[in-house]
Design a protein around this ligand. Structure first.
Ligand SMILES: Cc1ncc(COP(=O)(O)O)c(C=O)c1O
Length: 402
């Protein structure tokens, strides 16, 4: 039930969308390197595809084990299974840092890789993890899905791992995108090919339509309204025709990976496919400094406005200079009730790592189980308009103080 003193404002994007401001590049302070500065890179269609390619390059196969954090997105596990390996879940601490003692306790002859995640953009202690891997003969995979930008001890995020995997969609206004990066190993064997004209068209149109959906690029939207109507009609006809040809239960033809539609699925058909032209252009060419500066500014504005309120508190005590946040995470006391209230008010909010992979519960890692239940995350991306951010803050303050 919506309370009377709240105004509904449901159309705020959870992830960056294309806007005039994004294309102009708003500010130039706030420099931080990106994962693409860490080494050679291959731009693919998602982070999970980059994880699978990294594991394949590391020679992971049947019988091998990969150490995976107990606090994870379900999309991180199918790439491990695809290679015939099994995930071994290790513990984290309540501040999301890796529990090194637990990692050591889980080492066995078949454990080949340690996968570490930089949650919400906050970097793990990469020097310590690198030393551990070197000492124990492990390969290190940096999961930079939440950390496209950042640095540790003077080196870009992604440069400490044998390989790094990034998810471009979380930081750039693109429909699909991920990156496989390596500073230590050549990527010559990773041969990618174009995914075809249908995919290129789908990626470009979906990128624009996402912007239109949230009230961005209004002039372009007006100009494109007639051709987009024709496209929708043609697409519906094509789907109907395929359904009739293949029977009523046939799935709609898919031009793009399901990873772009909030699904945890892993489709190996996308392993050798290059990201679309538009996505590669935006990921490589949009100036990084404004993305970093604008995300940091929005994060700090949220933190300052919400710190000290009841019902929830920021997950991290401070925002280090070396961090470009993915989202603004808060730890809620009664997350279920609060989440429902926020959704009812139209708040853009998400629960990362909920649910966890089947079998991963508090007996595997109490901190991960707690984080999966209690963290609610709010957008702080560069495409949020100031009025949207102000509405989020006012609404959150009202709800948290109620
Ligand atoms: C920590 C983490 N790693 C990897 C991934 C996979 O990224 P993608 O959705 O681009 O496949 C995600 C996706 O949410 C994630 O949150």
């Amino acid at each position: 039930m919506l309370r009377k003193n709240l105004t509904v404002r449901p159309r705020i994007p959870l992830a960056p969308v294309l806007s005039g401001a994004a294309l102009r590049g708003m500010r130039t302070d706030g420099r931080l390197p990106s994962v693409l500065d860490a080494g050679q890179a291959r731009l693919v269609t998602s982070g999970r595809i980059a994880i699978a390619l990294a594991l394949r390059e590391m020679g992971v196969g049947p019988g091998d084990a990969v150490l995976v954090p107990a606090y994870h997105s379900q999309s991180m596990i199918p790439p491990v299974l695809h290679l015939g390996a099994s995930p071994v879940f290790y513990r984290l601490r309540a501040d999301t840092s890796v529990d090194l003692d637990d990692v050591v306790a889980r080492l066995a002859p078949n454990v080949k890789v340690l996968m570490v995640t930089h949650y919400f953009g906050f970097l793990q202690d990469l020097s310590a993890l690198r030393s551990l891997c070197d000492a124990r003969g492990l390969l290190l995979l940096e999961d930079c899905a939440h950390a496209f930008f950042g640095e540790h001890a003077g080196r870009p995020v992604g440069a400490w791992g044998d390989y790094a995997a990034a998810s471009s969609m979380k930081f750039h206004p693109v429909y699909e995108g991920g990156a496989l990066v390596s500073r230590r190993h050549g990527l010559e064997r990773v041969a990618l090919r174009p995914a075809g004209a249908g995919f290129e068209a789908k990626s470009a149109l979906a990128t624009l339509e996402k912007g239109f959906e949230y009230g961005r690029l209004r002039l372009l939207r007006a100009l494109m309204a007639p051709p987009l109507k024709l496209k929708d009609a043609a697409w519906s006809r094509l789907k109907a025709r395929r359904r009739t040809a293949a029977g009523a239960t046939a799935a709609a033809p898919s031009l793009a990976p399901s990873s772009s539609d909030s699904s945890y699925d892993f489709d190996p058909a996308w392993l050798d496919k290059r990201s679309s032209w538009l996505s590669r252009l935006l990921v490589r060419r949009l100036p990084a400094a404004p993305i970093v500066a604008e995300r940091r500014r929005r994060y700090l504005k949220l933190e300052q406005a919400l710190r000290g309120l009841p019902r929830a508190r920021p997950l991290f005590a401070a925002l280090p200079d070396t961090v470009c946040p993915w989202m603004f995470p808060m730890l809620a006391d009664a997350p279920e009730t609060l989440f429902d209230e926020l959704l009812a008010a139209g708040m853009p909010v998400t629960r990362f790592a909920r649910p966890l992979w089947p079998g991963v519960d508090e007996t595997v890692c109490p901190a991960s189980s707690m984080l999966s239940r209690q963290v609610l995350a709010f957008p702080c991306h560069q495409a949020l308009r100031e009025d949207e951010l102000d509405w989020m803050i006012a609404t959150l303050r009202t709800i948290l103080q109620s």
